[in-house]
Ligand binder design. Structure first.
Ligand code: SAH
Ligand code: SF4
Length: 343
C-alpha cells in the first residue's frame, strides 16, 4: 500500500531518496516542496527529474485536504468545510480584523471528549488528522487570506474541531513545519493551542517550551460543575490542572490564556466570576470571555451583553486581564463543529 509522503520524517525521506539511488540534496528540495511551498502532488515538483517523480509516485501519495464548501459571513468571517481523502468533513475558519487575519484549524475529525455545550462533542469522534492534513488547512487558509485580504495569515488558533492534545504528535509535527524559519516561518508566538485540560500533555508541552501560546478551556472554576459540562474534568480535576499550569508557567514564563464560555444561567453569575478570580491567583493569566454561540439541538443560550459586561468588569476590578470576544460569523454557524454537522 502507498504511504502518505507527508507522514515521513526528514530522515525517513532521506533514506527513501538514497534507496532510489538519488543524491541527498533531493531530500532538502522535496522537503521544501512539501512544507514550504505546500505541494499537493508530485507533478508540481517541477524541479525534480520526471524519473524521480515517477519513482516517488509509485510508493507514495498525498492525502490532501480539499475545500468542500465556503460560507461567507456578513462580518467577513469565512468558514470552510473541508473534505479529507476518506470523505470525512472538518472545518476551518478565516477571521479578519483591521490588524490581523486569524486562521482557526481542526486537529481531529469530531472529538471524543463530549463536552455538553459543544457541537463537535455531539458529532462524536471519527479520527485524528495527520500532519499533512493539519498543515494543509493552514496553507489553504493562508492562500485564501492572500486572495481575499491581500495579506498573509498573522495568527493561527488551534481551536477548531477536536482536542489537539489527543493528537499530540501530529499537532506538534505540523507546528514544527509551520514555525520553522526554513519552512513556513510563522512565529510560534502567533499560534495559540487550546486544550480542554489534558494534564500529561500540558506537562509535555511545558517541557518542549516551543513558544506556542497555551489556552485552557476552563468554562467553570468549580470542580463539581465543570465535571457536569466537561466529562474530561473528572479525570483531570482543577486541583491537578492548577499544578500543571504552575509547572507550565515555571518552565515557559508564559502567561496562560483561560477561555471562559459564558452560558446564560449556567456559569454567568458573579459567584462564578468570584470562583474564576480565585482560580486566576495561581499564575499570570489572560481571560477570554466568549459569548456562547448557540447550537441547534443543544439547550444552552448566550447571556445578554449586559451580563457579559458585568462579568468582565468584575474580573477587571480584580486587576485581571480580560478580553471580551463577541462571537463572529453567527449567521454562518461559525462555532466549533457546527458546520461539519450541517448536512
Ligand atoms: N478541544 C479543544 C479545542 C477545540 S474547542 C478545547 O476544548 O479547548 C475550541 C473552543 O471552542 C473551546 O474553548 C470550546 O469550549 C469552544 N466552544 C465549543 N463550543 C462552542 C460554542 N458553541 N460557542 C462558542 N465556543 C464554543
Ligand atoms: Fe472536544 Fe473541545 Fe468540543 Fe470539548 S469543547 S468536545 S474538548 S472540541
Amino acid at each position: 500500500m502507498k504511504r502518505d509522503i507527508r507522514d515521513l520524517t526528514k530522515s525517513e525521506l532521506n533514506d527513501a531518496i538514497i534507496g532510489f539511488g538519488e543524491k541527498a540534496f533531493r531530500t532538502k528540495q522535496i522537503w521544501e516542496w512539501l512544507w514550504k511551498k505546500g505541494a499537493r502532488s508530485f507533478e508540481e515538483m517541477t524541479i525534480l527529474p520526471v524519473s524521480l517523480r515517477d519513482k516517488l509516485s509509485e510508493k507514495y501519495l498525498f492525502n490532501v485536504v480539499s475545500i468542500d464548501t465556503i460560507f461567507k459571513s456578513e462580518d467577513k468571517t469565512t468558514k470552510l468545510r473541508f473534505e479529507l481523502f476518506d470523505g470525512q468533513k472538518i472545518e476551518g475558519v478565516l477571521i479578519p480584523s483591521s490588524s490581523r487575519t486569524t486562521a482557526c484549524i481542526s486537529t481531529q475529525s469530531g472529538c471524543p471528549l463530549g463536552c455538553k455545550f459543544c457541537a463537535t462533542g455531539k458529532f462524536g469522534y471519527q479520527r485524528n488528522l495527520s500532519v499533512g492534513e493539519i498543515f494543509d488547512q493552514v496553507n489553504i487558509l493562508n492562500n485564501l487570506s492572500n486572495t481575499q485580504f491581500q495579506k498573509s495569515l498573522s495568527n493561527i488558533v488551534i481551536m477548531g474541531m477536536g482536542e489537539p492534545f489527543l493528537n499530540y504528535e501530529a499537532v506538534m509535527g505540523a507546528i514544527q513545519k509551520i514555525t520553522s524559519p526554513e519552512l513556513m516561518n510563522i512565529s510560534p508566538k502567533r499560534i495559540t493551542l487550546s486544550t480542554s485540560g489534558l494534564i500529561p500533555e500540558i506537562m509535555r508541552f511545558a517541557d518542549e517550551d516551543c513558544g506556542v501560546q497555551l489556552a485552557i478551556s476552563l468554562h467553570s472554576a468549580n470542580q463539581q460543575f465543570r465535571e457536569s459540562i466537561m466529562p474530561i474534568a473528572k479525570k483531570y480535576p482543577l486541583t491537578e490542572l492548577i499544578k500543571a499550569l504552575k509547572y507550565y508557567h515555571e518552565k515557559t514564563s508564559e502567561r496562560i490564556t483561560l477561555e471562559y464560555l459564558l452560558m446564560e444561567g449556567i456559569n454567568d453569575t458573579l459567584n462564578d466570576a468570584q470562583e474564576l478570580a480565585a482560580f486566576c491567583k495561581n499564575f499570570p493569566v489572560k481571560i477570554n470571555l466568549i459569548q456562547y454561540n448557540e447550537v441547534v439541538g443543544i439547550p444552552y443560550k448566550k447571556p445578554s451583553p449586559e451580563i457579559v459586561t458585568d462579568f468582565g468588569s468584575f474580573l477587571e476590578n480584580k486587576n485581571l486581564i480580560v478580553n471580551i470576544r463577541r462571537s463572529r460569523g453567527n449567521d454562518i454557524a461559525a462555532a466549533c463543529g457546527q458546520l461539519a454537522n450541517k448536512k
